[in-house]
Design a protein around this ligand. Structure first.
Ligand code: NAD
Length: 249
């Protein structure tokens, strides 16, 4: 547990947190003092590893199976998290896929799957979470710099989805502002995960585009989440915030 415990007494749900950025966010929010629920789709062992690492550090965590492509399961997972944690103060919509293919090869099924996981699931989870979030509640979406830039071919579906998140973010902030709930979209640049390994085929191209010339870490993204969902983030809402090592500046 951190010394500050800025989130003591709060309950948080992080989607798709069995690995990568989501796992780092779950660990950070638990270290800040929140009880944390994570969702996973297909890796119960990895999800349990995240839960155990949080418990070993003195925190509280539970794992819930929910395929983000299944709106009924997403809604049920939010309700279950709120029930098991005794409420819900923070939702982090992190789960996402990056299906890349040149326009000619991108199937409609992959376009629809990208939309279901990267956009519709965020809408469904946020709508359900809004039934529980109190005054001071927080919603974070994990978008991407690719909402505004496509530095190599094959990003039609992915960029579409992250652009949709940026637009939806502004509108949700307007809807929930009167209730004192903030909604923000964190847009990472390249972060070293299974989705975008720092040793992958695009890595050198991406490093060349960044002022800092390196990949970020899940922990660096989690630090911005921690700020936005904590007490000091209370006046930030509707923001699409790049955290990208100076990507394409
Ligand atoms: P990752 O592939 O390591 O993790 C993605 C997470 O989402 C995993 O926990 C996975 O289980 C979960 N997920 C995927 N499909 C799911 C489904 N159908 N149901 C439930 N969970 C599902 O990727 P990551 O890099 O950690 O990505 C996390 C988020 O950050 C994504 O929204 C991604 O678009 C975004 N992002 C990543 C980068 C990057 O460079 N890594 C950059 C910008 C944005």
């Amino acid at each position: 547990m951190s010394n500050t415990s800025t989130l003591a007494g709060k309950a948080a749900l992080v989607t798709g947190a069995s690995r990568g950025i989501g796992a780092a966010i779950a660990r950070r929010l638990a270290a800040d003092g929140a009880a944390v629920a994570i969702t996973y789709s297909a890796s119960p062992e990895k999800a349990q590893e995240v839960v155990k690492s949080i418990e070993a550090a003195g925190g509280k965590a539970i794992a819930i199976q929910a395929d983000a492509a299944d709106a009924v399961a997403v809604r049920a997972a939010v309700a279950r998290a709120a029930t098991e944690l005794g409420g819900l103060d923070i939702l982090v919509n992190n789960a996402g896929v990056a299906i890349m293919a040149p326009l000619a090869d991108l199937s409609e099924a992959d376009f629809d799957k990208t939309f279901a996981i990267n956009v519709k699931a965020l809408f469904v989870a946020s709508q359900e979470a809004a039934n529980y979030l109190p005054q001071g509640g927080r919603i974070i979406h994990i978008g991407s710099v690719n909402s505004d830039s496509a530095p190599f071919p094959g990003l039609s579906a992915y960029s579409m989805s992250k652009g949709a998140v940026a637009g939806m973010n502004r509108a949700m902030a307007r809807d929930l502002g009167p209730r004192g709930i903030t909604v923000n979209n964190i847009q990472p640049g390249p972060v070293d995960t299974d989705l975008n390994p720092a040793t992958g085929p695009f890595a050198d191209t991406l490093r060349g585009l960044m002022a800092l010339g390196r990949y970020g870490s899940g922990e660096e993204i989690a630090g911005l989440v921690s700020y936005l969902v904590g007490p000091e983030g209370s006046y930030v809402t509707g923001a699409n915030l790049k955290i990208d090592g100076g990507f394409d500046v």
